[in-house]
Design a protein around this ligand. Structure first.
Ligand code: ATP
Ligand code: MG
Length: 691
């Protein structure tokens, strides 16, 4: 365990407050074996003060961990506590089977922790009867966001695990395509012996069915609504995800020994068609928690009140556990636990959890809001360090931890073994907020006649566009695809709706790009900082719109998280651009020739596609692609100043290029046959070539 990990662990363990900066210094110093006087010297504080701080710190940690902590024991205690915590998480979340041996017949994916689960006895009974007694083949648990479908599905799977040969639990948020998911499940059920060599959905489902007939398997697919279309008629599938519908239909229709449980906010078509009280396909429409379970949820968040008041609150939120958890902290902090005063503020009818989240969000500090948005962008659990590397300008570690703890207390953020994340409904709210804000920034109305357009636009803050990434080019493929689908594309749809055509959207994006450049550039032509996601966002939007970037100018910008892997970058100008965490394609054909510039800073590559690529040696950044040859580029060389590049090709020509712009300065022809070599004289005035 590193010292930083230890600080993170302590931050999360402290209930009421965060470590101060000097406490952190003392802790880190002691962890690394320094004496108090050495720590005092390093930090510039008085040695007596450091001793006092450490005395209080050991006292705080003693109370937190319930065992004596001193300078001499702190490492051991923290390490031991961390081990216990890890073991807890493993036994309650990742491998709910209490066997010490990992069970090769169970795959719980990233299942959530259901240690604190109250009530739902009736629902669990019904579901168990359907699955165990009535041998249902397909069961759907349905209900609005935050109602407890996921938690119930985990509890159910845990209770039923001994009745099945195999248990597989999967969340479909950030869903894999149906064939990818089926391949993985068949691979698992075959105990890693089989990996079908087909992507054909029907063939894969048939293979899966063979296993479902041979063994008794429980397959839970959580968040099934993620593969359904957003706005179309209820129950229809997203493009490329229709295979999930075929899967449900065949699972429901064909006879086998297994059961698939899905949780969903919407009823899929197949379930609607096949379900019935005496049929092997059933649906449970979930309601809120009953009074006593809901009260226990409130108690767990520190709310103790008169039964009648608790009833009012539970009733107001229809027993929705997530809503109750989120409201609880407000009631405690802002209304001293007085439920009536809290409810008196409510004028609109509770119609869903959205308005509650909005209220809570508006109260957050700027750091907390920032973290909420980055958690939504990341889409899956992230560790604090990764979160910190996303945030610009950099946030101090202790502020980050403080904000995370406060968000956790408010139930707006969840802490899992894999890191921090949000409940799906909360994530949706924050994602919408981000796309709305950026949409407004890009399309901001200009008050005509008051200021010239350009002047007004210069005053635009473009705050969200610069501070947040719409997608993370460096994320895993399936996460990036989710970011495109759930963040970038909805924003483009809104922009297209407002601006009318792709061309108009592109025009507005280029205008915005120019404004960003002006913001990021000092008058002397230097980049102010490598701050900001604006450039990367604009490039990602343009690429998604399939706008041809040939010859476009992205010079003098910071470009973060641009995903350019599937984009052609002919003659795109990246001069003086800071490219950070961006992904480029391997667009190069077979490499036939290479040359360094005389100062060793540039590398030119000629390829079999007839292209020449210019790279910066220091960081491997591709700068320009020169296009013009019609055949293999077999030789390249720089003039001594590094301003002109000569290339020769099997297309019987030699070309001279302006190194900095990529413009072709001259084409020398006259050869019959390939020009196999080209070289500059030492003074750069003459070129020699050979066949
Ligand atoms: N029976 C319960 N007892 C205690 N807490 C619960 C219970 N059911 C759900 N919760 C808590 O309520 C929150 C929402 O639950 P859950 O994630 O299961 O909702 P969901 O219906 O799956 O929502 P979504 O549709 O957004 O996926 C979670 O924090 C969960 O721990
Ligand atoms: Mg869920």
């Amino acid at each position: 365990m590193t010292a930083d990990e230890a600080v993170t662990f302590i931050e999360l363990s402290l209930e009421e407050r965060s470590l101060t900066r000097v406490e952190q210094s003392v802790f880190l110093g002691v962890w690394q074996g320094f004496s108090y006087s050495e720590i005092a010297k390093q930090t510039g504080y008085d040695a007596g003060y450091i001793k006092l701080v450490s005395h209080k710190l050991w006292h705080l940690l003693t109370e937190t961990f319930g065992e004596k902590v001193t300078k001499g024991t702190v490492q051991n205690v923290v390490r031991r506590r961390m081990q216990v915590k890890k073991a807890d998480i493993t036994s309650t979340t990742t491998i709910p089977n209490l066997n010490a041996e990992p069970n090769s017949h169970q795959d719980w994916g990233e299942v959530v922790d259901v240690t604190f689960f109250y009530g739902r006895e009736i629902e669990l009974n019904t579901l168990q009867q359907w699955i165990d007694r009535d041998r249902c083949r397909l069961v759907a648990i349905l209900g609005m966001g935050g109602l407890g479908k996921t938690a119930l599905s985990v509890k159910l799977a845990q209770q039923l695990q001994d009745k099945f040969d195999f248990v597989v639990w999967r969340s479909l948020s950030n869903a894999k395509t149906p064939s990818e998911m089926l391949l993985a499940v068949v691979h698992f059920l075959s105990q890693h012996r089989e990996m079908p060599e087909t992507n054909d959905i029907n063939a894969l489902i048939s293979r899966l069915l063979e296993y479902l007939q041979r063994y008794r398997c429980l397959l839970v697919l959580d968040n099934f609504e993620s593969v359904l279309k957003d706005e179309a008629q209820a129950g229809a599938y997203r493009k490329d995800y229709e295979g999930y519908g075929t899967l449900l239909r065949r699972i429901g229709e064909v006879s086998h020994r297994s059961c698939i449980v899905i949780t969903s906010r919407e009823m899929p078509e197949e379930v609607a068609t096949l379900e019935g009280d005496i049929l092997p396909v059933r649906a449970l429409q979930l309601r809120g928690l009953d009074e006593s379970a809901a009260e226990r949820v409130l108690e767990s968040k520190g709310i103790n009140a008169l039964t009648s008041d608790l009833h009012r609150l539970v009733d107001w939120y229809r027993g929705n556990p997530l809503a109750l958890k989120i409201a609880a902290t407000s009631i405690k902090d802002l209304y001293s636990g007085n439920i009536n005063r809290f409810l008196e503020q409510k004028t609109i009818i509770f119609s869903g959890i959205g308005n509650l989240i909005e209220e809570q969000y508006q109260r957050l500090t700027p750091h907390e809001k920032q973290i909420m948005i980055w958690l939504a962008i990341n889409r899956e659990p992230v560790q604090p360090n990764e979160l910190r590397s996303d945030i610009v300008p950099t946030i101090e570690q202790n502020y980050l931890m403080m904000a995370l703890r406060s968000l956790k207390r408010r139930s707006l953020v969840e802490h899992t073994a894999a890191g921090f994340t949000q409940q799906p409904v909360v994530m949706e709210f924050v994602t919408n907020l981000l796309t709305d804000q950026i949409y407004q920034e890009i399309t901001q109305e200009h008050p005509l006649g008051i200021l010239p357009n350009i002047q007004f636009k210069l005053n635009r803050q473009l705050f969200y566009l610069r501070h947040y990434a719409l997608i993370k080019a460096t994320a895993k493929d399936y996460i990036r695809q989710s970011q495109v689908r759930l963040i970038l594309e909805p924003l483009l749809t809104k922009l297209l709706g407002r601006l009318g055509s792709q061309q108009m959207v592109a025009k507005e994006l280029f205008t915005t790009l120019n404004e960003l450049r002006r913001r990021e550039l000092r008058p002397e032509g230097e980049l102010k900082s490598t701050f900001g996601y604006g450039g990367g966002n604009i490039i990602n939007l343009l690429c998604n719109l399939k706008i041809d970037l040939t010859g476009r100018d992205f010079s003098y910008m910071a470009i973060r998280q641009a995903y350019l892997s599937e984009v052609k970058l002919y003659r795109v100008n990246f001069a003086r651009t800071e490219l950070i965490k961006s992904v480029f394609a391997e667009v190069i054909g077979g490499v036939l020739s290479v040359a360094f510039s005389a100062d060793g800073k540039l590398l030119a590559i000629g390829d079999t596609k007839g292209d020449i690529h210019l790279w910066r040696v220091s960081d491997g950044k591709p700068l320009l692609t020169y296009r013009g040859h019609k055949g293999w580029v077999v030789s390249v060389c720089f003039n001594p100043e590094g301003t002109v590049l000569a290339s020769s090709s099997v297309d019987q020509s030699i070309k001279l290029w302006d190194v900095s712009t990529g413009n072709c300065l001259n084409t020398l022809q006259g050869y019959i046959g390939a020009v196999m070599s080209v070289a500059f004289s030492l003074d750069g005035t003459t070129i020699a070539s050979g066949r």
